[in-house]
Design a protein around this ligand. Structure first.
Ligand code: G6Q
Length: 557
């Protein structure tokens, strides 16, 4: 339950953005460096590639293709210091209620603490609670994987369907796709999130109910979409197997709300809990990852958690000039608040990371897409950017045109691996050649002189010029493993955290999703009846048209 608290941040107040000394200094500095070209910067400093690089937890970050000089980094780190990032980070790790608008601690980092590392908050050792659930998850995952968890008719489970939305879907779905190579291929995993029944229908159309297990994943267990899909799943199962008793063997719940789980009809013995100090979009390493743990097994799931923890340690202890999350955060601030960039692209060169940018969209945009600061006032500066992206090289044949020659500045993160998990033919070299070529092309472009020297006709020459100077970060790792994925996700979690602190927003609430939910509830009751509508003229007309087409269709049926 949420506690009613006085909504003020436990962190020391921050000076408004325009008055911060580091902001002023950065504005001056920006005027000096804004027109510098990466071509020139690389020419002047042959060591630049090594100078602007850092490495941790198996991830090598090359940030030399950013529009920075050494002084830029110093000033950006000063901005982070001035925004009291270390104080905020320690408050988070310690369990202070930094999510003050919801009266909650923010302790996703406790989900990956090793068993022997106690974390006592409010007199309770949270590590014990965390590992108790992890042990139950491991036991359950083993039972499904070894076939000892049987369905109602005595058949072994072959299909696992995770039903959840937002934070209860995006994380496990992304990670399942990312770690497919490590999964038990005899199991079919599906993810149903949308309240559009097509999602459920398509996910289950080829599944045998007697071999299918549903994991109903909902922190609150009150989410409209998830409960609608869970009810649909129950009737799909019960009508096929002919007994309500089947629910016991085919439904488990992941939630913080035992009461609602029981009300739905799932035995709370089959419930895996977590806590209100885990935010939805920070929950894939809690019991929300149960479907993933079943797919890849408890050992690999443990490796994933170890990877998260590695990055937590790195973030907490590494000096900032080598600190990956801090560096990536301040570089993002540099483009967002000084160059006026509106978006940030995430471009993984690995098919297994096909859902990574969708995952980061929620992590970043739901955390930092806020115009009210921690002091309750509208912030005077820009906050979180639009996050978007697709796996390479597909994007190259689609939207990269705009990255190279568009009028907008779009900083991008390129993520790639030296070794493929599917080393077939020379595919990996082809993929990675593109990976390296793109950041090179974006940074250095092609001048008019170069184009002319190729003999391009004058009328076409300008069209073939690439002005370059488009900033990128490159993250290169050896191989995509569960541990590496954990570190990669934690890297972005902490990046988002640092940015939220600098922008002085509460990265852990999400009030902006509430209004639409409330209005939808009201409209749901209006769609099937001919009641008077009291919305604006646009909404009224749309609902009337929907009602009419719905009625006409049911007349035909
Ligand atoms: C994430 C958000 C949101 C949440 C979903 C699902 O940080 O809070 O995406 O995860 O709304 O909520 P439940 O897990 O409670 O169903």
């Amino acid at each position: 339950m949420r506690r009613v608290t006085s909504p003020s941040s436990p962190l020391p107040a921050l000076t408004p953005w325009p008055q911060r000394p580091a902001v002023r200094e950065l504005q001056r500095h920006f005027e000096e460096v804004r027109s510098l070209h990466l071509r020139q910067l690389f020419q002047e400093d042959p060591q630049r590639g090594e100078r602007f690089s850092a490495e941790a937890c198996g991830l090598y970050l090359d940030y030399s293709k950013n529009r920075i000089v050494p002084r830029t980094v110093e000033l950006l780190l000063e901005l982070a210091r001035e925004a009291r990032v270390p104080t905020a980070a320690e408050a988070m790790f310690r369990g202070d209620e930094i999510n003050f608008t919801e009266g909650r601690s923010v302790l996703h980092t406790a989900l990956r603490l090793p068993r022997e590392q106690a974390l006592v908050v409010g007199g309770r050792n949270l590590t014990v609670d965390v590992h108790e659930v992890l042990d139950r998850m491991a036991q359950f995952a083993r039972q499904v994987r070894d076939g000892s968890w049987l369905g109602h008719t005595g058949k072994r489970i072959k299909n696992v369907v995770n039903v959840g939305i937002g934070g209860s879907d995006l994380g496990p779905y992304m990670a399942y796709e990312a770690l497919r190579a490590y999964s038990d291929r005899s199991l079919t995993l599906r993810f149903v999130s949308n309240v559009d029944a097509t999602d459920f229908a398509e996910a289950t159309r080829d599944l045998d109910p007697s071999e299918t297990l549903f994991i109903i994943c909902s922190k609150t267990f009150t989410t409209q979409e998830t409960l609608a899909n869970a009810r649909l799943a129950r009737s799909w199962l019960v009508s096929a197997l002919g007994s309500e008793q089947a629910v016991r063997r085919h439904f488990v719940a992941v939630s913080t709300n035992a009461e609602e789980v029981a009300r739905f009809g799932i035995d709370t013995a089959n419930m895996f809990g977590f806590w209100d100090w885990v935010g939805g979009r920070y929950s894939m390493d809690s019991a929300v990852g149960l479907s993933l743990a079943v797919a890849i097994g408890p050992e690999a799931f443990g490796e994933l958690l170890a990877g998260f923890h590695d990055m937590d340690q790195h973030f907490r202890t590494a000096p900032w000039p080598q600190n990956l999350p801090v560096l990536m955060a301040v570089l993002g601030v540099w483009y967002n608040n000084f160059f006026g960039a509106e978006s940030h692209a995430i471009l993984p060169y690995d098919q297994y990371l096909s859902r990574f940018s969708a995952y980061l969209q929620q992590l970043d945009m739901e955390s930092n897409g806020k115009y009210v600061g921690s002091d309750g006032q509208r912030v005077p500066q820009q906050t979180g950017p639009v996050i978007w992206g697709q796996p390479g090289t597909n994007g190259q044949h689609a939207f990269y045109q705009l990255l190279h020659q568009g009028t907008k500045l779009i900083p991008a993160d390129f993520i790639g691996f030296s070794r493929s998990l599917n080393p077939l033919g020379d595919h990996h070299d082809l993929l990675m050649a593109n990976f390296f070529a793109q950041t090179e092309a974006l940074a250095f472009g092609k001048t008019l002189e170069e184009v002319k020297a190729e003999g391009v006709p004058a009328a076409l020459a300008q069209h073939k010029v690439f002005e370059g100077n488009r900033p990128t970060n490159t993250l290169l790792a050896e191989r995509l493993t569960p541990r590496l994925l954990g570190s990669l996700v934690a890297l972005y979690e902490h990046k988002v955290f640092v940015q939220g602190v600098i922008w002085n927003v509460n990265s852990f609430d999400q009030w902006g999703v509430e209004l639409g939910k409330v209005l939808a509830k009201r409209i749901t009751g209006e769609l099937g009846v001919a009641s008077e509508l009291r919305h604006d003229s646009s909404t009224n007309a749309l609902i009337r048209r929907y009602r009419a087409q719905r009625a006409a269709a049911s007349g035909k049926a």
